[in-house]
Write a protein that binds this ligand. Structure first.
Ligand SMILES: O=C(O)CCC(=O)C(=O)O
Ligand SMILES: [Fe+2]
Length: 339
């Protein structure tokens, strides 16, 4: 059934969202009505939004203060249905061409199952035409540009298929900052888009964020010591302040959250019997530069990625994580500069 909703429905949901979250996220509406991008230069504060004609002053202020912005009903339902169908075909594994270059991740507690029931995440779908059309879709890019500027690369792609939790609580994703995985900067020119492929709520493990945490530093990440085990590459913040106020982002199919790579976030246990799906892309300005992560808090992540790459390519192959990122990045807008 075609269930796309029109602009007035989107506006209604935006209002509901704002009413619901405004008190929680303490939107700081100052008496100055000019937008943060227009205020650039007036204070030492990092400006997280570039000059644009898309975001309202209120949306800019909200991203500046909170580090995330939810746009209701952004991705049409028929597109999401096509991504879901493609994901299912990949899980069936009949046509290897479809999943060329992808990293298919299995849940630590469900490895013995087959097909979709074992797979909790697809990564690196930059060469799959159907899935990658999410990253290059105009409805997303108009917003992406507000954070990356006009030259934008899709750097990291994921389809998350959070499985029904088997009782091990391994379907949780520990609180983390995505910047931990990225050897490029500056952080303010990177943004994640995360689109709900169905209704997501607390029961099926929606995203959980800590508003304002994007203004902090990159913290130390490692595997949490969970009794039931932890999924591969699900690093979490080690010195996490569990009392920090969090917001659960309950979203409808097609709703999209854009968030900063230092924003602390994670997701809860899926207590339902369905697979909670979301599709996501990390974009960066092509003007970003690579950094050397040796000797930093990111070194453990880099070693793990290098080990995986060596297992695929051969132990004697010299692997540099910058090369991996260089190869998987795809230009989606403007010109490719340094990334
Ligand atoms: O969809 C989720 O559960 C969160 C995934 C996430 O934050 C990540 O993979 O970095
Ligand atoms: Fe994340």
């Amino acid at each position: 059934m075609e269930s796309d909703t029109g602009p007035s429905e989107a506006l209604r949901r935006l209002n509901v969202f704002n009413r619901h979250f405004a008190p929680l996220i303490q939107q700081q509406v100052s008496s100055d009505s000019s937008s943060p991008s227009l205020q650039a230069g007036l204070s030492n504060e990092i400006q997280y939004v570039v000059k644009n004609s898309i975001l309202t002053a209120e949306q800019e202020r909200s991203y500046q203060e909170n580090g995330f912005l939810v746009i209701p009903n952004l991705v049409p339902h028929h597109k999401i249905d096509a991504y879901k169908e493609e994901f299912e075909l990949i899980c069936e594994g009949k046509n290897r061409q479809r999943s060329a270059g992808m990293t298919i991740m299995k849940d630590v507690a469900l490895k013995t199952l087959s097909g979709e029931r074992a797979i909790n995440k697809l990564q690196d779908f930059q060469d799959n035409e159907v899935l990658f059309s999410y990253c290059s879709s105009p409805e997303l890019l108009q917003y992406v540009e507000c954070f990356t500027g006009p030259d934008a690369m899709a750097m990291h792609t994921m389809l998350i298929n959070k499985p029904p939790d088997p009782g091990s609580k391994t379907s949780r994703h520990p609180m983390h900052q995505d910047l931990h995985y990225f050897p490029f900067r500056p952080a303010k020119s990177i943004v994640c888009s995360w689109t709900a492929m169905e209704k997501v709520h607390r029961q099926n493990g929606c995203l959980v964020v800590i508003p304002g945490s994007h203004k902090g530093q990159l913290m130390r990440h490692d595997y949490p010591k969970w009794e039931g085990g932890v999924n591969k590459m699900y690093h979490g913040i080690m010195d996490f302040d569990a009392s920090a106020p969090r917001v659960h982002l309950e979203m409808e199919k097609g709703d999209t959250v854009f968030f900063h790579p230092l924003l602390l976030h994670g997701s809860g246990t899926n207590k339902t019997s369905g697979f909670r799906k979301a599709i996501s892309c990390h974009y960066a300005s092509s003007n970003c530069h690579y950094i050397d992560v040796a000797g930093t808090t990111q070194a453990n992540m880099a070693n793990e990625i290098t080990d995986v790459a060596k297992r695929k390519l051969g132990e004697d192959v010299e692997v540099n994580i910058k090369d991996i990122w260089y190869m998987k990045g795809r230009l989606v807008k403007g010109e490719r500069i340094t990334l």
